[in-house]
Design a protein around this ligand. Structure first.
Ligand SMILES: [Zn+2]
Length: 481
């Protein structure tokens, strides 16, 4: 018997961390690193008598995202109050958007095509809106179960969020991850959000097994955890159903340390939020001329950029997709190509060696200090035979993370490929003399020559071409290749 299908929908909250101020006040949206409760004002503290003023730039960015997803932008935007009680929400309600009588988000409908488990698949959007982030609760020991009290930091209160709600079109944890990667890629290229920043997005996942009740897992903050939490829920719900049990309609949260979802409270029904239009915020008209103006200024979409790399640069689809996975990476790639040429060679270095270094340290491109010039210079040094591939790999990390000039490193540390053949001849002679056993082996088995080559390389500290050394040793020992 095939297991019943999983039905998955996502509610994604993306921080608009590319604008200056919060959603309804002039405090900075960049709350990271500030001492607690210093980035606040009467509006984002929810003090009585304060009045919110919507951030126009955030609304424009939400319209941009809607256009990229082919959603229908509504001609009137309505802000609503979503009521719930929680210490991180001083007003007792969150200013948000919703669909329904008297309510109108920024846009409805649209879709994003992903590579699904069995081929291309369109994931439909239900709505796109904007809202404010609540404050942040922190625990003195970092762990709620081991702290006797909690603290509230309002610095994040009011940070602008774009909320994207999908239809339940996803069928597996992997599809959810692929979808999220593509959506984050899109908001990165549109200049809406930098997904590399801590807390840049949070996702609520709705999961059910066909025929069962829907469970919501709230506030998951990383792609890996989204995939893991869904996997866990699918297995848990199938097990409950297989044992003849019933799935409770409930809200759970994901414990990334234990790798389980835990029930947090019974789910509020939508009507319990008591949505109603915020009387402090009159509806905003979105005219067709505003939409047209935004459409005319749309940046290149990531999938169009990847297409261009295939057509103009002759790169493979796979390589192009990796390059556009981050806007900064694709811009960096284009800069290096402008200076150096040879897009395939540049792409190869960036994807294999450059990204290897970045990904080993968590993948955040903010740590890159290298300039496009220094990467172009590094490639030229190899072309001119000044350094070997081995030396390039050895110094790349300092160029990428330390921002050092490759030419300076090479000169300072004397890393040039040994130019004179005489020096290599001498070193080969020495190694042959000192390793009679290996010489015997090499005469019997040509592959065993690698050991001798390695010894010479060691003496040159990697500053020579191993092919060349191999040729010299072969000649000295009179063996064929
Ligand atoms: Zn404020």
């Amino acid at each position: 018997m095939t297991p019943q299908k999983a039905v998955i929908g996502l509610e994604i909250h993306i921080q608009v961390n590319t604008v200056r101020s919060k959603m309804f006040c002039t405090c900075s949206q960049d709350y990271r690193g500030a001492p607690p409760n210093t980035n606040v004002c009467p509006v984002c503290l929810g003090l009585p008598g304060s009045l919110p003023v919507p951030n126009r730039e955030v609304i424009r960015k939400a319209i941009m995202l809607a256009l990229a997803l082919g959603s229908k932008v509504l001609d009137k935007v309505v802000f609503v109050r979503k009521h719930y009680f929680y210490p991180d929400l001083p007003k007792g309600y969150q200013i948000s958007q919703h669909r329904g009588p008297g309510m109108a988000p920024i846009a409805v409908g649209g879709s994003l095509e992903i590579e699904g488990d069995s081929g291309p698949k369109r994931i439909r959007m239900r709505r796109i809106g904007v809202e404010e982030d609540p404050a942040r609760i922190t625990y003195p020991s970092g762990d709620p179960t081991r702290s006797s009290y909690s603290l509230i930091d309002y610095n994040r209160s009011g940070v602008p969020l774009i909320e994207v709600v999908t239809e339940p079109d996803l069928s597996s944890p992997k599809e959810a991850r692929v979808f999220m990667e593509k959506l984050l890629e899109l908001v990165d290229h549109l200049g809406i959000s930098n997904p590399d920043l801590e807390g840049a997005f949070r996702v609520d996942v709705n999961i059910s097994i066909e025929g069962g009740e829907r469970v919501e897992v709230k506030n998951i903050g990383s792609l890996k955890d989204i995939e893991k939490a869904i996997s866990y829920e699918v297995v848990r719900q199938r097990a409950v159903l297989a044992a003849g049990g019933k799935i409770q309609r409930e809200t759970r949260h994901w414990d990334p340390v234990k790798g389980v979802t835990i029930v947090s409270r019974y789910k509020e029904l939508e009507e319990e939020y008591r949505y109603f239009p915020d009387p402090d915020l009159p509806p905003i008209a979105i005219t067709s001329s505003i939409v047209e103006e935004i459409a005319s200024k749309m940046p290149e979409l990531p999938w169009h950029r990847a297409e261009r790399y295939v057509k103009i640069y002759g790169l493979t689809r796979y390589v192009s997709r990796v390059l556009v996975s981050r806007k900064r990476l694709s811009e960096f790639f284009e800069e290096v190509v402008k200076i150096y040429g040879d897009p395939r060679r540049v792409a190869d270095l960036l994807i294999n060696d450059f990204l290897g270094i970045v990904n080993e340290r968590g993948g955040n491109l903010d740590m890159v200090k290298a300039s496009p010039q220094s990467i172009a210079k590094l490639l030229s040094l190899m072309d001119q035979g000044v350094i070997s591939v081995k030396i390039m790999k050895m110094i790349l990390e300092r160029v990428v993370l330390g921002g050092e000039d490759p030419e300076e490193i090479v000169v300072r540390e004397n890393l040039k490929v040994i130019a004179s053949d005489e020096e290599l001849e001498e070193l080969a002679e020495k190694v042959i003399k000192e390793n009679p056993k290996a010489v015997e082996d090499a005469k019997k088995n040509p592959k065993a020559i690698n050991y001798l080559v390695g010894q010479v390389m060691k003496l040159t500290r990697g500053r020579a071409d191993p092919q060349k050394i191999a040729a010299i040793i072969r000649r000295k020992l009179s063996i064929g290749s």
